[in-house]
Design a protein around this ligand. Structure first.
Ligand code: ATP
Ligand code: MG
Length: 416
């Protein structure tokens, strides 16, 4: 127990840090080019925010939240997704009074869901995401989708399939839900228990059910029942996606697990050795800001699973290589030399050279062995004779060559 992480959690180990950093950098670079700035919201919020924001009928709220009472007897929830907290911050800090659109992103933000742990499904996972407020034109939807694709591409991920759909607005969805209920009603006894529960409150989600979807292929389609405004928005989105050179597929089955979506929803899926994996999902949420107490403001965003990106990189063999730990390793012998060595290590570091020395009083032979193991390209020897002569011995570990270098020139030489 003591040395076992809780179920569904993973450590990011030092050997993998460069992979996370590369993914975060890709996200930051792509976002900066498009005028997005970072936002960080708390890891926990009042439970009510998610109940209202994500939606009471969703799996996330009904089954997956980490909710507890704090010592002040407030109901607190570890954030299961990124959007609700950002919307809360947008309203609380009056960002709606700033020039809109307000474009923001988050990077490897922790999310918590009490799910059944399995491949690609963790209880603490991390998301890159963006949220845009105050832009209702479908050109924003296209920008957001392109941004997600760019981040994934920069991370070397290939074979991405983009699926888009429109789930309409409260007006057309209401009429559509009536049609859908009429279609579903006679089939209800044959559907799973979860779907029977969803029938009244959220019938569209039934079409998304992994168990039942196959039985419902002839259900009326939301796309054929969009109101003129939503239909035009979806038409425009497609034109913009084409203008940006993005291939996409219209998938009328995408409903998404969170209640707040309106109009555009999308998923980016990739194939792995274990089958298709959704790495990114998002959509428009034009009613959410108002629902949470702010002025009516359209919104759109996505969430991208960092652990899933890492899985895909592994499966596609495109993980970035680990950077070298040290450019130079200083080998010393004796206390005087160690003191001089320490000075040299800091001169090297100050000059931007990754450097270290032995701190464990190892023999010279063991120090060389260690330098080799950690992949240092150069070893600088500072021992009795060298110290007395004001020189160091520089060994090139790749070419197994050695030369004597004046102490005053060694830093410049290594840097050059
Ligand atoms: P799924 O259908 O896979 O359950 P979802 O609709 O619940 O996905 P979102 O809420 O849209 O997922 O989250 C966005 C992204 O976050 C997903 O596409 C995925 O990459 C990642 N993600 C979601 N849940 C998990 C999890 N439990 N573990 C790891 N990554 C996750
Ligand atoms: Mg889920």
């Amino acid at each position: 127990m003591l040395t076992q992480a809780p179920k569904g959690t993973q450590d990011m180990l030092p050997k993998d840090a460069h992979r996370w950093h590369a993914i975060e950098k890709a996200m930051r670079d792509v976002c900066a080019l498009a005028g997005y700035r970072e936002i960080r919201t708390p890891m926990f919020e009042h439970t009510e925010l998610f109940q209202r924001g994500v939606g009471d009928t969703t799996d996330v709220v009904q089954k997956e939240m980490y909710t507890f009472f704090d010592k002040g007897n407030r109901s607190i929830t570890l954030k299961p997704e990124g959007t609700a907290g950002v919307v809360r911050a947008f309203i609380e800090s009056h960002m709606y009074a700033d020039p809109l659109p307000a474009k923001m992103y988050y990077c490897a933000a922790p999310n918590f869901r009490y799910e059944k742990p399995q491949s690609g499904r963790l209880r603490q996972f991390h998301q890159n995401g963006v949220e845009v407020f105050g832009a209702k034109d479908a050109s924003t939807d296209a920008e957001v989708i392109r941004l997600a694709m760019d981040v994934l591409n920069r991370c070397g991920i290939d074979g991405l399939k983009l699926s888009v759909n429109s789930i309409g607005c409260p007006v057309c969805r209401k009429a559509y839900n009536e049609k859908l209920r009429a279609y579903l009603e006679p089939k209800l006894p044959g559907l799973c228990e979860t779907c029977r529960d969803r029938f009244q409150r959220n019938p569209m989600r039934i079409l998304d059910c992994k168990e039942d979807a196959a039985k419902l292929t002839d259900a009326p389609s939301m796309l054929e029942n969009l109101c003129p405004e939503c239909a035009e928005h979806f038409e425009k989105l497609q034109a913009y996606l084409s203008a940006l050179g993005l291939n996409y597929e219209i998938d009328p089955r995408i409903v998404r697990g969170l209640d707040y979506y309106t109009k555009t929803v999308f998923e980016i899926i990739t194939d792995t050795a274990n089958g298709p994996l959704t790495v990114c999902g998002g959509g428009r949420y034009d009613g959410l800001v108002e629902e949470l107490g702010g002025p009516a403001t359209p919104g759109i965003g996505f969430g991208m699973g960092v652990e899933r990106m890492i899985m895909v990189q592994d499966s596609q063999g495109v993980a970035p290589e680990a950077p070298l730990l040290y450019d130079a390793f200083v080998v010393t012998m004796g206390d005087d030399a160690r003191r001089e060595g320490l000075k040299l290590v800091y001169e090297l570091r100050n000059a931007g050279v990754k450097a270290d020395m032995d701190h464990a009083a190892r023999s010279m032979k063991a120090q060389f062995k260690y330098a080799d193991k950690v992949g240092a390209k150069k070893v600088i020897v500072m021992a009795g004779d060298e110290l007395l002569g004001g020189v160091v011995k520089l060994r090139d570990m790749e070419h197994s060559t050695e030369e004597i270098v004046p102490r005053g020139e060694i830093v410049g030489k290594i840097k050059g």
